[in-house]
Design a protein around this ligand. Sequence first.
Ligand code: HEC
Ligand code: HEC
Length: 384
Amino acid sequence: MTMRRNVFYLILLFLGFLLSLTFITEKQAESNARVSYEVKIPLGIPRDIWEIFVPPDNPITPEKVELGRKLYFDKRLSVDNTVSCATCHDPKFAFTDGKKVSEGVKGQKGARNAPTVLNAMFYEEQFWDGRAKTLEEQAKQPIINPIEMGMPDHDAVVKKLKGIPEYVDAFKKVFGGEITIDRIAQAIAAFERTLLTGNSPFDRFIAGDQNAISESAKRGWQLFQGKARCITCHEFNRSNPFFTDNKYHNIGVAMNQEGFAELARKAELLVKEGKLDQRKLDELALNPAYSELGRFLVTFNPKDIGAFKTPTLRNVELTAPYMHDGSEATLLDVIEFYNRGGNENPNLSGEMRPLNLTDQEKQDLVEFLKSLTGEFPKDFPENK
Ligand code: HEC
Ligand code: HEC
């Protein structure tokens, strides 16, 4: 009896062992598939964090990155061959455009400032209002936004690229099939996941080099975590070294006080009429009449009126002007803005209050922000 039971347990043990083996090899295969491309991961970004943010259904391969890079710089993705992703996210401006608000085809202006694409893969959601969940979903929007790249629809984009033999070949090689809008987005997103930044003086300081940043920047870092309370929203820790909490706050940049309630009602009406699909939402977000609603356009939660995503602060020295509407010209202007507790409005975040910083403290905070300027990929032959 006991003998039989022992055999039974042995078999069970053996089966468990087999099961764990297949589990481990599957895990191994999955992570191998995700990282077959040798991306240079800079100091300050843990490799395991990077790997977690590469989705298993869009593994990174050298050929896909190459294709994505080509698409990213190709103006033929726009209706009149004048605008590419790189027009507004230019490597020369740390992947922004240096403008207050972006300009698309025929010089049309939107209502929002172009954020950097560097490290954008680490955001939980894309855009200032988080209206796209992933880089893949994001990449499909600007191509058909009438004031950005202006293509009439996704079918027209696919048709246009199918007329370019080198793309037909490249998609066959990378995806084993024909060109589709989802594959276009996947290739661009794969390329974006190689656009990393790190190894700033601050990263070297955190890694232990006491001399990597100035005494003023060190005081600024203390203020950032203490008296100035910046770290409440611009989170920084080992698993999230990107200076964002991935949340949305009304810090009083948008302060269209009388307009908010009326605008919100107009937007709600559109939803009721079933007119607010993803495309319409993308257009409203860049429309000066609706843009200031911010996160509200995505959630329709009144507490999200005028709330925008906390942006990363890496390379912020290079990406002026600031805020979702480009309303602050310099880093010192931004600090003055926080020092007065933001602009009063009915939805202002409870985290915003006057800081009573001295001139020296303001300067120290600016010095700290400048210590976040790091290395990033710059040399792209197609951007010369
Ligand atoms: C005409 C200028 C313009 C073009 C062209 C453009 N973008 Fe943008 N991009 C912007 C602006 C402005 C925003 C912010 C809009 C918003 O949040 O509502 C943005 C947001 C983004 C974001 C979100 C980043 C974040 O911090 O949330 C990514 C990623 C991005 N763009 C990638 C691309 C890609 C890829 C292309 C090409 C397919 C592209 N963009 C084309 C101006 C542009
Ligand atoms: C309540 C949350 C919160 C706090 C506290 C906070 N920020 Fe921000 N920060 C944000 C949000 C949200 C934005 C974008 C707001 C917008 O555009 O409407 C932002 C934008 C910025 C920008 C502009 C970045 C860009 O690319 O345009 C800088 C710089 C900045 N913050 C630095 C700081 C500093 C320094 C402090 C401390 C003095 C601080 N923040 C405190 C949430 C916060």
